[in-house]
Design a protein around this ligand. Structure first.
Ligand code: GLY
Length: 282
C-alpha cells in the first residue's frame, strides 16, 4: 500500500465542511504532506485543523458550562505517546502535546501544569473563542439555567447542543512502514469544567503501533468505556479492516467515526456526518 494520510473533521454537527472528500481537509492534508516524518505530518494536519475556526479544536473549541475553554490533544507513533488534558489559553494544543513528547520526561500533562509548561516552551496566551462559539454558549447557558431539573437530567436534556458541533479532529498516516496518529478537541456540549474525554487517553481516542494507526471521534464517555481505538488496533490483521470498523461502529448510537490504516488497507466509517479526506504521501 502507498504512503497515505487520512484526515477527519469530527463526527456529528452540521457544518459546511462535513462532507465526505472535503475540499477543506484535502487542502490541509496536501499542506501537511510536505512535512518529513509520519509524526510531523499528522501533527501538522491537526495544527491546521485547529486553526480552522469551523472545527471543534483549537480556535473554535466549544465553551464549557462555566465559560472556560479547556482543550485536549494527543499524538502517538510507534512507542511514543504524549497528550495534554484540559489545556487553556493556547492556540495549538497539538503543538504543546508535541513538546510534551519531545521536550519533557512525561507522557501526559494536564491543567495548570500543562499551561505553565506551554508558556515555558513559548506558547503565548491566546483566546480560542470565536463569535460563533460564544453565541452557542449563550444559548446553551440560557437553556440550562431555565431548567430546574437536577444537574444530571439538565445535562442529558441539553445534550442536543452537541449537534451544533462536530467532534474531535484527527489525522492518521502510514509512511515507509511507520504509523502515526494525532487528534485534538474542544470536547462535547454541555460539559463541566474538568471533564476529560477520550482524546488524550491512549487506547481510547487514539492508538498507533507497528501494525497501524487509529483515530476516533464521538462521545468520549462511550469511547472510553469501550477503549475503542485499542480495541480496533488489536484486531488489525485478523479480519478485513472494513469489517473491524463496521462491527465496532455498530455498537454506538451517538455520532461516532473511526479512521484506521494498516500495512495493506485503510478504512473510514461513521454513523453521522463526518468530513474526511485521503491524501497520498510521497
Ligand atoms: N471525543 C471528544 C470528547 O468526548 O471529548
Amino acid at each position: 500500500m502507498e504512503n497515505i494520510l487520512i484526515l477527519h473533521g469530527g463526527a456529528g454537527g452540521s457544518l459546511e465542511v462535513q462532507n465526505k472528500n472535503s475540499e477543506a481537509l484535502r487542502k490541509i492534508g496536501k499542506d501537511a504532506s510536505k512535512m518529513n516524518t509520519v509524526e510531523e505530518i499528522v501533527i501538522e494536519a491537526v495544527r491546521l485543523m485547529e486553526n480552522d475556526t469551523r472545527f471543534n479544536a483549537g480556535t473554535g473549541s466549544v465553551i464549557r458550562v462555566d465559560g472556560s475553554v479547556q482543550m485536549d490533544a494527543a499524538v502517538m507513533s510507534g512507542n511514543r505517546f504524549a497528550s495534554v488534558i484540559s489545556i487553556e489559553n493556547v492556540k495549538n494544543p497539538i503543538l504543546v502535546a508535541r513538546d510534551v513528547l519531545n521536550k519533557s520526561p512525561h507522557s501526559i500533562l494536564s491543567g495548570d501544569g500543562a499551561i505553565r509548561f506551554a508558556r515555558k516552551l513559548g506558547h503565548d496566551p491566546y483566546d480560542p473563542r470565536t463569535e460563533r462559539t460564544m453565541e452557542v454558549y449563550r444559548k446553551m447557558k440560557e437553556a440550562l439555567d431555565k431548567n430546574s431539573q437536577d444537574e444530571t437530567a439538565r445535562y442529558s436534556t441539553f445534550r442536543k447542543y452537541a449537534d451544533l458541533y462536530s467532534d474531535t479532529v484527527g489525522a492518521i498516516a502510514r509512511k515507509d512502514g511507520n504509523f502515526a496518529a494525532a487528534i485534538s478537541t474542544g470536547g462535547v456540549l454541555p460539559m463541566l469544567r474538568g471533564r476529560v474525554g477520550d482524546c488524550p487517553l491512549p487506547g481510547c481516542g487514539i492508538y498507533a503501533g507497528d501494525k497501524g494507526a487509529v483515530a476516533v471521534s464521538g462521545n468520549g464517555e462511550e469511547i472510553i468505556r469501550r477503549m475503542l481505538s485499542l480495541s480496533v488496533y488489536l484486531e488489525i490483521g485478523k479480519k478485513p479492516l472494513q469489517e473491524i470498523l463496521d462491527t465496532h461502529i455498530s455498537n454506538f448510537n451517538s455520532p461516532t467515526g473511526i479512521i484506521a490504516v494498516s500495512e495493506s488497507e485503510y478504512s473510514i466509517v461513521t454513523n453521522a456526518y463526518m468530513a474526511t479526506a485521503v491524501v497520498d504521501l510521497l
